[in-house]
Design a protein around this ligand. Structure first.
Ligand SMILES: C[S@@+](CC[C@H](N)C(=O)[O-])C[C@H]1O[C@@H](n2cnc3c(N)ncnc32)[C@H](O)[C@@H]1O
Length: 236
């Protein structure tokens, strides 16, 4: 992740969608306190979340935090989303991008209740998760997927954790048919397991980024009806 997240089309396209959602659904006139829960190797924290306020990152794996330090991330802690060593009502926004689906989480309700606890009253959660369990592929083996979600399941989990759901949308919709073909081909012709992030897209990188980024307006305004990822905005 550390080696691809600054330039890979998927990360840069998702950044465009995330920025649009934050601008549209989250109060950003003043600098806010943000928790990036499951911050990984730190690109979101250090490249664009910092534009909205002070970002604290937590991750279960020390190796991930080492990469965050290479990016000069300041506020870091090794912790599980299942048991946050953070004060109640201490963050205005919690972001969690592709974390709760991991085998390292298992009980996502417990994590959602922790996000709820550390948010200030009216604080917002912005979350991204992979969509549709039937789309499981070699990529999921490599990235330790426990399960993939539907919009309805995400809504149910958020509401059961006490959140008020403000916005839900699928994303990565335009490229969805290509991904379905890739996944189905993998099932028929199994090959050596690899993550999608290892796929070199070469000169198509910029084009693919633009295609994904072009969904930002529709994801944030109306919501898209299907796609490879799910975005959720929920309020405490
Ligand atoms: C697919 S990565 C996503 C990283 C980052 N949010 C991003 O968008 O690039 C999932 C991250 O979740 C972390 N993780 C897995 N289980 C966790 C847990 N129980 N608590 C905190 N982090 C966890 C992993 O270490 C990994 O960095």
């Amino acid at each position: 992740m550390y080696h691809v997240e600054d330039h890979h089309w998927w990360y840069r396209g998702m950044e465009a969608i995330t920025r649009k959602l934050i601008n549209q659904h989250i109060q950003t006139k003043t600098k806010i306190k943000i928790l990036d829960a499951g911050c990984g190797t730190g690109a979101a924290m250090t490249t664009y979340l910092k534009d909205y306020g002070e970002v604290t990152g937590i991750d279960l794996y020390p190796q991930a935090l080492d990469f965050c330090r290479k990016r000069n991330a300041k506020h870091l802690a090794r912790a599980s989303v299942l048991d946050l060593p953070l004060a109640t009502a201490s963050f205005d926004m919690v972001t969690s991008f592709d974390v709760l689906y991991e085998k390292g989480v298992m009980h996502e309700m417990k994590a959602l209740k922790e996000f709820f606890r550390v948010l200030t009253p009216q604080g917002k959660l912005l979350m991204r998760l992979p969509a549709y369990d039937w789309l499981r592929g070699e990529h999921d083996e490599r990235v330790h997927t426990n399960r993939r979600y539907t919009k309805n399941l995400v809504k149910k989990l958020l509401e059961q954790s006490g959140f008020i759901v403000e916005h839900l949308s699928y994303a990565n919709t335009i490229l969805f048919p290509l991904a379905v073909i890739k996944r189905l081909t993998e099932k028929i012709l199994p090959s050596k397991s690899q993550s999608d992030l290892t796929l070199e897209t070469g000169k198509f990188n910029e084009l693919l980024k633009r295609i994904l980024a072009s969904e930002a307006f529709f994801v944030s305004k109306f919501g898209l009806p299907y796609g490879l990822s799910i975005f959720a905005v929920a309020r405490k």
